[in-house]
Design a protein around this ligand. Structure first.
Ligand code: NAD
Length: 271
């Protein structure tokens, strides 16, 4: 299916590895000009180079999206670089709560230090809000825009030992629905894609490591049994299982989908 993203300027936060990187590559393949954001300049530059090497158009845009002024500057730089405002925003950058011990579990709510709540909420929720605030005026002016927020199934059903993360992701879904209502009249859509466990190259160890197998990682075996499609595929989802959904929601083919959350977790959550 041709998605018609040719020449559209798409900003992907946290695009330097994992899910965000694959979304950048997919949007570029569909013809979008991609602003690859990441906190780490070398990651953003590597993905931008990868896009250009494949014949696409990209701008590496390192910035800490928890800083509102850095977000504004990045969006302005992208518009002046490409001569057009951001029309597609993918709010992908996010962090899990910190595991204080190597290989340990994430803490329960009562054990989680407040400074760790702040980190999780700042990046997942405020980062998303700052980026929306920065790109929306240009979208309103053009009467065209697509916002896709990457959340987690934890935000839909709640996950033990991920209370603050679940809350932040649920807040993004609610925030997105409100934006969808406010900006439908500008032909701007706002949707969320809820992920289950996604294994990728950026994950160093544990069951989500790309080389993990049910034989060498007992936890992975247990996780596969939770996801209906994983049982058949024999694997967890990967960034490429997410990127096509995002590209579709970013396209005009999805104009009449707004305020929705699409689960991309192989049936882990069915609501
Ligand atoms: N991987 C999973 O299993 C999984 C499951 C559910 C939801 N998600 C969600 O999917 C999204 C992507 O996950 P991932 O596993 O690819 O993440 P990741 O940690 O591998 O990559 C995130 C990228 O964001 C960048 N980043 C971190 N802080 C930033 C900041 N302040 N400003 C800009 N960039 C910043 C990082 O440098 C990194 O390159 C996140 O929102 C995450 O919550 C992931």
């Amino acid at each position: 299916m041709k998605l018609g993203l040719d020449q559209q300027v798409a900003l992907v936060t946290g695009g330097g590895q994992g899910v965000g990187r694959r979304i950048c590559l997919e949007l570029a393949q569909e013809g979008a000009r991609v602003v690859v954001n990441d906190l780490f300049a070398e990651r953003a530059e590597a993905v931008a180079r990868e896009i250009e090497a494949a014949g696409g158009s990209a701008l590496a845009a390192p910035a800490d999206i928890t800083k509102i002024e850095a977000v504004k500057a990045m969006v302005e730089r992208a518009a002046s670089h490409f001569g057009a405002p951001v029309q597609i925003l993918v709010n992908n950058a996010g962090i899990l709560p910190e595991r204080r011990e190597k290989g340990g579990r994430t803490p329960s709510f009562l054990d989680m230090p407040v400074e760790d709540w702040t980190k999780v909420i700042n990046l997942n929720l405020y980062g998303t809000m700052y980026c929306c605030q920065a790109v929306l005026p240009g979208m309103v002016e053009r009467k065209h825009g697509r916002i896709v927020n990457i959340i987690s199934e934890a935000g839909r059903i709640g996950e033990a030992n991920f209370a603050v993360y679940s809350g932040a992701k649920a807040a993004i879904a609610g925030f997105g629905k409100a934006l969808a209502r406010e900006h439908g009249r500008h032909a701007i859509t706002v949707n969320a894609v809820a992920l289950g466990a996604v294994s990728h190259e950026g994950i160093k160890d544990g069951p989500l490591h790309v080389d993990a197998t049910p034989q060498n990682n007992e936890l992975l075996g247990k996780m596969l049994s939770l996801y209906p499609v994983s049982k058949g595929a024999g694997r967890l989802s990967r960034p490429e299982d997410v990127a096509g959904i995002v590209a579709f929601l970013a396209s005009d083919r999805a104009l009449f989908i707004t305020g929705q959350t699409v689960g991309a977790s192989g049936g882990y959550v069915m609501i």
